[in-house]
Design a protein around this ligand. Sequence first.
Ligand code: GDP
Ligand code: MG
Length: 166
Amino acid sequence: KSGFISIIGRPNVGKSTFLNRVIGQKIAIMSDKPQTTRNKVQGVLTQDASQMVFIDTPGIHKPKHKLGEFMLKVSKNTLREVDVIMFMVNATQKLGKGDQFILEMLEGNETPVFLVINKIDQVHPDNLLHTIEDYKAEYDFAEIIPISALDGNNVDRLLETIENYL
Ligand code: GDP
Ligand code: MG
């Protein structure tokens, strides 16, 4: 099995940390280069039963200028073509305007969207349940998976679940 995955989400939710963990140090350095308008491969994870290609989709936020509008358009088209969209959020923060903008942008897209709630090492399980309810009310997610990209908690389960969609 092989397929393409796009990780989207507001700054600092842990996207690079996740990629680092699953793919390795080298890739993170690559992905920290300044954003370009082109979608690019951030890394490839090859396992026994699958190959996952992670694609960078820059510009997924409210555009402030013409180039931003163009980048958003390119990324929107890419999001239609990947197999899975990982929408990553921060478990310690409430659903905000930035998250809402992304979810509105995803409306009408038929690609399965995973809600990946990161940084669960920093929250109490009761609060996590509330967060899940808030997000569920906003979008029909294919899967909801809490993880800690930092300590690796539940990351294997996330990868196994992605495999089922390739
Ligand atoms: P990005 O902007 O989405 O790529 O976010 P980064 O991967 O750069 O992470 C932003 C900050 O959050 C860094 O200081 C990370 O160490 C921290 N971080 C990322 N994942 C986790 C996590 O699962 N738990 C905790 N406690 N911190 C995390
Ligand atoms: Mg990053």
